[in-house]
Structures are given as C-alpha cells and as structure tokens.
Design a protein around this ligand. Structure first.
Ligand code: A3P
Length: 301
C-alpha cells in the first residue's frame, strides 16, 4: 500500500497509498514532505476531489478575504490568492513559497486526508471540504480529460466509466476520497460544503462559510461575493475562470473550466444501465454514510 504502483488506465499517473498523483507534477518525496509542512493557526485549506467546485470555492474564498478583490482594485488571479499546496513541479509563475506568504494563508488541495500536513490536525487551522454528486463529477472529469495535458484521454465514456470506478483517475477513488475525509472529520476543524447546495442557495452557503471562518461581512460585501461567484459572472472573469493557465497544463482549445455548472448534466451521457450500475455501487460503498446528494436540478430544495 505504501509503495508506488502504476495506474493501469493512465500512464501519466502513479498510485501511492491509494491516491493517484501526476508523475510530472507531484513528486513522491515532495508529497511525503508535506506531512511536516508548518501550519499556522489561521491557515485555511480548501479541499476537493477534482471537478467538485475547486475554482468556485477559490473565487468565494478570495472574495471573502480580499476587499481588493471585491472592489476590483487588485487584479490578482484566484489561483494566486488560494494557491495549490499539492504540486512540486510547477513553473515559476504558479509555484509558491508558502512560508513567506503573509497570514492568513489560503490553500487549495485535492489531497486525501492521509497526505495533508499533520499540523492541520491541531484543529486551529480550518478545512473546507467541497463535495459534489459523483455522477456529475464523472461527467465533468470526462470532459476535463480533453483539456488536461497531463491526463490520458479515454476513448469513450464507457471506458472512462470503468476507469473512474477503478479509481484510475487523478486523486484515485472518489469513494475513498470522500469517505476518508468524512470518517476522519473529528481529526480536523472542518466544514463540509456541497456543490449542489451552492447551486441551490449560494447566499446561505457563503454566509455559512463566513461564520465558520469567523469573517464578518456586511450585507453589501456579502452580496458582492455571491454575485461575483455566480457561474455567469465567473465565466467572464479571467481572474477566476482559469483562462490564463499556461498551455503546458491545460489545452483550452478543447474546452474550459466553466463548462455547464449545473446539477444533473450526467443524464446527458450516462446510459440507463450505467446509471443503475452506479447507483448499486454507490449504495454498497456509501449506504452506511449519512451523506445525501442532489442528483437532479429539479429536485426540491
Ligand atoms: P462542469 O464541468 O460540470 O460544468 P473544479 O474547479 O473542481 O475543477 O470543478 C469544475 C466544475 O465546477 C465545472 O463543472 C465548472 O463548470 C463548475 N463551476 C465552476 N464555477 C462554478 C460556478 N460559479 N457555479 C457553478 N459551477 C461552477
């Protein structure tokens, strides 16, 4: 389990302790070194399985923490305000010396609970975990393969479906990721947020996040955060929509991050048989957890 093994369906990835890392971007020694990364009490980590709303929460946190972002006086990309901790080999433009960053530091990560710095378990620093219904994660990730340079493309959705269930995608098994964080929640000062709740009532979720973070925003500021974090606004916001990610990482000719931003798009690609097979696996693997997802935009609030 602690050894590095190849990932069957994607030669760009390696598996380590159940998680799938990019060979070129996440060196194992670097990942191991994160255990000792020095945590400050006011650090905030935002954690997601890929395609669960990472850039959305980056935008929300940037807006909550930065007045200059809210009022437009500072033109800094959200990926620089809430940078990744996971990558050892990024070009200088997107590589950070986290130790020299001023507090409070905001971080983005796809890591499972096993790999995050031990210091996060002091319960002073905060973790926000964003989860999304896995059928929509799959649809989104399938499209993302076309633009992610360091990912092997699936020939069709059926192939991808099997690959996802085998956990042969970036970050490994969705089931392990969510279960891991959820069942270890008592080790962390953590808030779970659902993508679907953000779609249904972003205002309430942003308020909940502010309360968790101890950030008091007046009504006007809160409205700005919510407004600037809507899909339509973010789609046109180059500071938030990742349109400036270097082409060595993303081929944006083939699509973009801000794709559909809805609940239930999986219905446009899953066959009935795939959906039923997935439901069965979901029940087997998640039936014991008190986590419910919204699978369709038409479901009641
Ligand atoms: P879709 O591909 O289903 O459209 P991540 O940032 O984790 O990679 O997730 C990307 C997904 O989040 C994409 O889903 C993207 O459209 C969606 N997303 C990003 N910002 C959003 C927003 N403001 N509102 C709704 N969805 C958003």
């Amino acid at each position: 389990m602690d050894t590095v093994t190849p990932v069957l369906c994607d030669s760009n990835l390696y598996r380590y302790k159940g998680f799938c890392f990019f060979k070129e971007l996440n060196e194992k020694e670097f990942i191991d070194s994160l255990q000792g990364f020095k945590i400050r009490d006011d650090d905030v980590f935002m954690i997601t399985f890929p395609k669960s709303g990472t850039i959305w929460m980056q935008q929300i946190l940037s807006l909550i923490y930065s007045e200059g972002h809210r009022n437009g006086t500072e033109q800094i990309e959200t990926s620089k305000r809430v940078p990744w901790i996971d990558f050892s080999s990024l070009n200088n433009d997107v590589k950070y010396d986290h130790d020299s960053r001023p507090s409070p530091r905001l971080f983005t990560s796809h890591l499972s609970y096993l790999f995050v710095p031990q210091g996060l378990r002091n319960k002073k620093a905060k973790v926000i975990y964003v989860m999304r219904n896995p059928k929509d994660v799959m649809k989104s990730l399938y499209h993302f393969e076309a633009i992610a340079v360091h990912t092997q493309k699936s020939p069709d959705f059926d192939h991808f479906f099997k690959k996802f269930l085998a956990g042969d995608v970036l970050a490994g098994s969705w089931f392990d990721h969510v279960r891991g964080w959820y069942t270890h929640k008592d080790d962390f000062n953590i808030l779970f947020v659902k993508y679907e709740d953000m779609i249904k009532d972003l205002h309430s979720v942003v308020k909940q996040i502010c309360t968790f973070l101890g950030k008091e925003l007046d009504d006007e500021s809160l409205d700005i955060v919510v407004n600037r974090a809507t899909f339509k606004k973010m789609q046109k916001d180059p500071l938030a929509n990742k349109e400036n990610v270097p082409e060595e990482y993303l081929n944006l000719q083939n699509g973009n991050f801000m794709r559909k931003g809805t609940i239930g798009d999986w219905k446009n690609i899953f066959t009935v048989a795939q959906s039923e097979a997935f439901d069965k696996i979901f029940l087997e693997k998640f039936g014991d957890l008190p986590i419910n997802f919204t699978w369709d935009i038409t479901e009641e609030k």
